[in-house]
Write a protein of this length. Structure first.
Length: 209
């Protein structure tokens, strides 16, 4: 992150079926109502690199991780520009998702290499919101959603990813929320816990301008 960056990067994480996309949009609407400029992005992206990453998710963990990393690297310049303008960037998944899904399937040494690579090629989120639910809740939501299942949407993969997320959430800057709550309740919690921080950050940035 460059010293001139004035915005804030917030990632929303969690296993499939936790409501990340719904919360991202609801929080963006709320913050725009507070007068903040908000950019909503997702990983993988909707571009060609993102399509390749989705296809690669059906292959071995390392190949899939490299495809997601390429897509992430291609989005970096857009994130950097937005942060320099003072925009709040809301990410639906970040490199932590690659660590949770693909990284947790790799040997420890390779996972460490993967994490180092992620931090080198992308912008590390300032804050991470983890939507946490029991696996039975996540699975039931995906059942109701229907459609074709991605290879990552298997019980053993979701269970492993959930454990990885909970381990990472011990790091500073993570906020863990019970995703069984309604979107309105989750936005209210984040308004209390994140909005003052975002406003203070922007205030300090204006003071240096």
């Amino acid at each position: 992150m460059t010293p001139s960056a004035r915005g804030a990067l917030v990632a929303i994480e969690g296993i499939d079926g936790t409501g990340k996309t719904t919360l991202q949009h609801a929080l963006a609407v709320h913050w725009r109502g507070r007068g903040l400029r908000v950019l909503e992005l997702r990983e993988p992206s909707r571009g060609p690199a993102g399509q390749r990453a989705r296809h690669a998710s059906r292959r071995d963990p390392w190949t899939a991780a490299m495809a997601f990393t390429e897509d992430r690297w291609r989005q970096r310049s857009r994130i950097d520009r937005a942060l320099r303008r003072g925009t709040v960037v809301l990410l639906d998944r970040s490199f932590y998702s690659t660590l949770a899904y693909q990284g947790s399937a790799l040997p420890v040494a390779l996972r460490q290499v993967l994490e180092h690579l992620q931090r080198a090629v992308t912008v590390v989120p300032h804050r991470v919101v983890l939507l946490d639910v029991p696996l039975t809740t996540s699975w039931a939501r995906m059942e109701r959603r229907g459609g074709r299942r991605d290879p990552t949407e298997r019980r053993e993969v979701l269970r492993r990813a959930a454990r990885a997320y909970r381990s990472m959430a011990r790091e500073p800057g993570w906020i863990v929320l019970d995703a069984r709550r309604s979107p309105d309740e989750l936005v209210a919690q984040l308004d209390r816990r994140l909005t003052p921080w975002v406003l203070r950050r922007r205030g300090r940035s204006r003071g240096r301008a």
